[in-house]
Design a protein around this ligand. Structure first.
Ligand code: NAD
Length: 332
């Protein structure tokens, strides 16, 4: 089948080409994001393969359908950027990769915690500069802290397992209880209690209307002062302006994010010679206790291989007219 890939980088092409050796799919890789301006590139492709920052709103889906697209294969787990109702209306099936490596994302979240706590980003630069002073790098033992896990699905569970190994007290908030997390001793509480008790909170729930700006001015007021907030899920879970206020008042003591509300305009690109126009992002960057990575939590060899394998298997199901276990039907 002819498949048009959007938002591709060399590593996407390499992993899909390797995994396609036993398949017979024909790929067209576009670097461009899928937007109303670029949607014409998909003309005549029955399958479009898209990623987290592609624009899959009603208008784009209608154009895709008009130009012959029948399957939207998301090569990611989250699908908050897809208007599922419109896709169904225009007869476009949507599939995704629900799990490729929950370890990759959970381990990155832990990496952000260690980096912020022990100020490894500053330590690295100091030593490179022959500055061997440790003043200002004081951290705390993670052992014995209370860690709040918001969303205890696949990634939240891996994260809880790692933090259990550190000797943390685990509390969690989710709409469903996960028996694996309960077996670690994780205690489910409501969100305000989780915020008031946690030394570290890590977000692992999907972005949906019910989780949009879950961390906002009000919830920041409910936090234990000086708490560490980690977000490797989706940028829209945090109201960035409220987080900036929380950092200024020191209610938030540390912020580690791999995702950002307005990331579509900046992440995945080398803008080192450009003037960044997003003042909110620049303000966030200016705090000494904020670490930002550019949506790389998923980015391991294992995850890329699994993403390509599962996406190609989803497309094979569609081609053969088989039901696909990874089809998304409704927003959950
Ligand atoms: P999952 O479906 O296994 O788990 C999500 C959990 O969130 C579920 O237990 C669900 O019940 C819970 N949840 C749903 N609505 C909730 C709500 N309103 N409040 C609290 N909990 C709620 O998904 P997962 O594989 O663990 O992935 C979680 C998220 O991680 C994805 O939705 C995606 O946005 C993000 N993600 C980020 C990266 C990255 O590279 N940064 C990579 C993969 C996934």
């Amino acid at each position: 089948m002819d498949i048009a890939f959007f938002s591709t980088k060399p590593y996407d092409r390499a992993s899909f080409e390797t995994e396609n050796q036993q398949n017979n799919q024909k790929f067209m890789f576009y670097e461009a994001r899928l937007t109303p301006t670029t949607v014409s590139l998909a003309a005549g492709f029955p399958v479009v393969c898209a990623f987290i920052n592609d624009q899959l709103d009603r208008g784009v889906l209608q154009s895709l359908a008009n130009k012959g697209t029948k399957l939207l294969a998301m090569r990611c787990a989250g699908y908050n950027n897809v208007d599922l109702e419109a896709a169904a209306e225009y007869g476009i099936k949507v599939v995704r990769v629900p799990a490729y490596s929950p370890y990759a994302v959970a381990e990155h979240a832990v990496g952000l915690i260690l980096m912020l706590n022990r100020k490894l980003y500053r330590a690295y630069n100091r030593v490179r500069d022959d500055n061997f002073a440790i003043n200002g790098l004081l951290g705390f033992d993670i052992h014995g802290t209370t860690v709040g896990v918001v969303g205890t699905g696949k990634i939240g569970q891996c994260f809880a397992q790692i933090m259990h190994g550190f000797g943390c007290n685990l509390i969690g908030y989710d709409v469903y209880e996960n028996p694996e997390c309960l077996s670690l001793g994780l205690r489910y509480v409501e969100m305000p209690e989780l915020l008031s008790l946690s030394d570290i909170v890590s977000l692992h729930c999907p972005l949906s209307p019910s989780t949009y700006h879950l961390i906002n001015e009000k919830s920041i007021q409910q936090m234990k002062p000086g708490m560490m907030v980690i977000n490797t899920s989706r940028g829209g879970l945090i109201d960035t302006n409220a987080a900036i206020k929380g950092l200024k008042s020191k209610q938030i003591g540390y912020l580690g994010i791999d995702v950002y509300e307005q990331e579509a305009d900046i992440f995945f690109e080398d803008l080192s010679d450009e003037v960044i126009q997003d003042d909110t992002f620049q303000r966030l960057q200016s705090f000494p206790n904020v670490v930002i990575t550019a949506h790389q939590a998923f980015f391991t060899r294992n995850a890329l291989k699994a993403i390509a394998q599962i996406t190609l298997s989803n497309i094979a199901d569609f081609e053969a007219g088989r039901p696909c276990p990874n089809e998304i039907k409704t927003l959950s």
